[in-house]
Design a protein around this ligand. Structure first.
Ligand SMILES: *[C@@H]1O[C@H](CO)[C@@H](O)[C@H](O)[C@H]1NC(C)=O
Length: 172
């Protein structure tokens, strides 16, 4: 698995060196605290540190890392970053890296209104089948485990993510 990741990266580095730098070299350099190393430089560096490539890949992304084109985010990390700035994570805010959250991680957070009678009137859950407001869409969304997991420090920084089950151990 890890070997095949390296071979894809290595092939890409030869074919499209500029894209390779954009796609992962910068992120891997951030993890090592280095700058400007190419893939081979990175492999040398981890060998020097006695680290394996998969250990390098699993170092959590830090929200405050700034890349050459600015801060990096995903749709869900962008929303969670706003929640974080707004103080929703309270005293553990500094131990939450929202860039490690998936969409499922976001909606399973226990931070949402859990009393349906307090949801806004326009909310599209008139038949009471949804515990949340669905604003748009032809199909009714189901969000298993919506609003169930209390935020905790270093949340989602040690979760396995291998197919086929993608099971999420508690407190990972
Ligand atoms: C839900 O909210 C309503 C309106 O604020 C309140 O009257 C009711 O007691 C709440 N129910 C629960 C279980 O908290």
């Amino acid at each position: 698995m890890v070997l095949s990741v390296i071979s894809v990266m290595s092939m890409w580095t030869r074919v499209q060196p500029a894209y390779a730098a954009n796609m992962w070299n910068e992120a891997l350099n951030k993890r090592l605290g280095t700058e400007g190393l190419d893939l081979y430089g990175i492999l040398d560096e981890i060998e020097k540190r006695g680290m394996s490539f998969d250990q390098l890949l699993t170092i959590p992304e830090q929200d405050e890392w700034v890349y050459s084109d600015g801060k990096s985010t995903t749709c869900v990390a962008f929303i969670l970053e706003m929640y974080k700035e707004a103080g929703i994570f309270g005293s553990i805010s500094n131990s939450i890296q929202v860039t490690e959250f998936t969409i499922r991680d976001a909606y399973t957070l226990k931070i949402f209104e859990n009393n349906q009678t307090r949801l806004p009137k326009w909310c599209n859950n008139k038949d009471g089948k949804l515990p949340f407001c669905q604003i748009l869409g032809e199909y009714r969304m189901e969000l298993p485990q919506y609003n169930t997991i209390e935020p905790y420090a270093n949340m989602n920084e040690n979760c396995p993510s291998l197919p086929p089950s993608y099971d999420r151990p508690a407190q990972c």
